[in-house]
Write a protein that binds this ligand. Sequence first.
Ligand code: SF4
Ligand code: MG
Length: 331
Amino acid sequence: MADLLQVRHLSIEYAAARGVVRAVDDVTFSIGKGEIFGLAGESGCGKSTTAFGVSRLLRHPARIAGGSVQLDGTELTTLSNEEFDRLRWSKISIVLQSAMNNLNPVLKICDQLTDAILAHEPHAGKEVRQRAEQLMRLVDLPVDRLDSYPHELSGGMRQRVVIAMALALQPSLVIMDEPTTALDVVVQNGIIRKIMELQKKFGFSILFITHDLPLMLEMCDRIGIMYAGKLVEVTSREQILQKPRHPYTQGLLNSFPSLSGPKQRLSGIPGHTPDLIRPPAGCRFCPRCSQALALCETQQPMLMQDEKGQIACHLYSEEGLSREQASAACE
Ligand code: SF4
Ligand code: MG
C-alpha cells in the first residue's frame, strides 16, 4: 500500500510553569492510501496532540519542536498558513469530539457547508446549494435541516453535519479525534457505521483517535499505541487481537472487556504515567512494567521495524535479547 501520510520523528513541546513538556517525542508512523489507522493510549499520552500537529491545529504555547509531516509528498510543517488553508478540507480535514468545536453557532448549516465549498471553489455558484443537499443525504440527514442552526440539531445530527463538511471536498485524509465520544451508544454506533460506509465508498484514509480500544479494534487496519508521548508499538489489528507484544499494549487490552473471547477478570495497569517534564531515563513504562529487564531502567528502547510492525521494547531489542540469553546461560 502506497503511503499517503508520513510522520517522521515528530516532536511537540509546550512550556509549562515547571519546565518544558515534550508531549510528543520522536514519533514516526505512516498511513497508507485508503487505510484506517488508529492511535490509542491513555488520556494525556499525546495522541490528540499528534493529530493536532499533523493538521496544524496546535495552539500556542504548543509547537512542533522537530520532525516532519508529509501528505502525499508535501511537507506540511513548513507551509505558510495560506498554503495550508488551501489543503484544509480539500486534502486533509478533521472531525473533533464535540461538533460545537467544529461548527459556527451563529451560522445555518447550509452556510457552513457552502462556505467550506466556496472557499475552495469560488465559482461553484448556484450548484453549491445542491452540493450541500447531496452532502446532507450522504450522512442521512433531512435536507430541510440545512436551514437550521447547530443548536437546533441533536448532538448526533451535528456530528453528522461535521462529517459531511469534512467530506465536502473529498479529502484524501480525514482525522477523527474521538468523533463519537460525546454521544450515547446507539447514536455512536449509527455514526461509526456511517463513517465506515463512506470510507468504503470514497476510499479516503482515516487517522482515528479514541481511548475506546474495542471500537478501535473494530474499525482500524493498523494501530499505533502511544505511551507518555512515545509510540511504543505499531501493528495490524489482527496482531493486536491475537498476540499483543508490547507489555503496555497487553496491559491496555487487559483493561477492556474481551470482545469475543471468554470472560476474564479485568486488570487495569497499576501505577501512573510519568512526569513528562522529567521522564524516566530508560523506558518510560518501566515503573509500571511487570516484565522489565535491568537495562530498561537506564536505556530507552528505540522503535524498531520487524516483520510484525514496529515496536519499542527491550524484550524485542537485540540488546535486550542478548542480555536475556546471557543471564539464562548463567543460571
Ligand atoms: Fe517493559 Fe522494558 Fe519493554 Fe519497557 S522496554 S516495556 S520496561 S520490558
Ligand atoms: Mg484527546
